[in-house]
Design a protein around this ligand. Structure first.
Ligand SMILES: [Zn+2]
Length: 307
């Protein structure tokens, strides 16, 4: 396996703190696997209230871990990166998740610039495979006219996840802070309903792409094994959603998991397996380049980005 890492600047500028400041906007890491190439594409980043991520973790304990990553105890906002994964194999151009699109947060929804930097357009994407139905993964799927942005692509989603977000009673049962997630997902999935392909745990979604149930973050969250054997790479989605608390203390509840207990159980199982096998993984919210390995560190793990 060979990894090369490139940082591409589009010349774009981002609005931060009310001032226009230039920042490196689009990055990718490139991984050559047998028969294909895997890239991570930046969709920008989120700005999440600290309380949304940390849930019930006692503040002194959380502060101690976050301080090791340079995050001040009084920081009200966490800013996780968003990395889509692109898998190119023969004629297939497969995008894992569609990003935020323009309607979720002004700091996210930038993936078209990253595709452009690779010389690709939306029409070149042959398949869009969703890990789950949260806004930062699904809402980028439609264009300004509410048509599929990736107009030539076959869309794929896990059956449990699709049925969960398509349930018309979901807005009455989901937590109040996630009602907009439910409305936004239902609207987008309704456009895709006649053509989307559904799959189950263990299914071969596409040649060389196998679905792995990783429930908890959402009821039907899926990770994907790309390639096979020792060279397989795991596309994690949000089953390991940050690089500090999730690795140091996988058993701690993550407020972004819809079922925190199931999310923690999945994280513990996945990290044990990833560390033992030294599997390379791509994580949607892991920092640049969004690809790395997990190594045991004390009671938990460290995230080791690939260089
Ligand atoms: Zn996410």
């Amino acid at each position: 396996m060979q990894i090369t890492r490139r940082t591409l600047m589009s010349g774009a500028i981002a609005l931060a703190g009310g001032m226009m400041i230039p920042r490196i906007a689009w990055t990718n890491a490139s991984l050559d696997l047998t028969g294909g190439t895997l890239d991570t594409l930046s969709d920008g980043h989120l700005a999440l209230p600290r309380s949304f991520v940390l849930a019930d973790v006692p503040q002194p304990q959380a502060d101690e871990v976050l301080a090791q990553f340079g995050i001040a105890p009084d920081a009200e906002t966490l800013r996780p990166d968003c990395n889509l994964t692109l898998w190119r194999d023969g004629d297939r151009v497969v995008l894992f998740d569609a990003g935020s699109g323009p309607d979720f947060m002004p700091t996210a929804g930038k993936v078209m610039a990253a595709l452009d930097a690779l010389g690709l357009s939306a029409e070149d994407v042959t398949d869009v495979v969703f890990t789950h139905g949260h806004p930062d993964h699904l809402w980028g799927v439609l264009d300004d006219f509410d048509e599929p942005l990736f107009a030539q692509a076959q869309h794929h989603m896990g059956r449990i996840e699709y049925e969960y977000w398509s349930d018309p009673t979901l807005t009455e049962t989901i937590a109040p802070e996630r009602v907009t997630f439910a409305v936004g997902a239902a609207r987008r999935l309704a456009v895709l309903a006649d053509t989307i392909k559904l799959f189950d745990d263990g299914d071969t979604v596409l040649p060389g792409v196998t679905a792995r149930a990783t429930y908890g973050h959402t009821p039907g969250h899926m990770a994907f094994e790309v390639g096979s054997g020792a060279k397989a790479v795991l596309i994690l989605g949000d089953c390991i959603a940050n690089h500090h608390l999730a690795f140091a203390h996988p058993d701690w509840a993550n407020g972004s998991d819809q079922d925190p207990d199931a999310g923690a159980a999945t994280r513990i199982r996945m990290l044990a397996d990833l560390a033992e096998r030294q599997t390379v993984f791509a994580g949607f919210h892991l920092p640049h380049p969004g690809i790395g390995r997990a190594v045991r560190a004390g009671e938990g793990y460290d995230y080791v980005p690939l260089e």
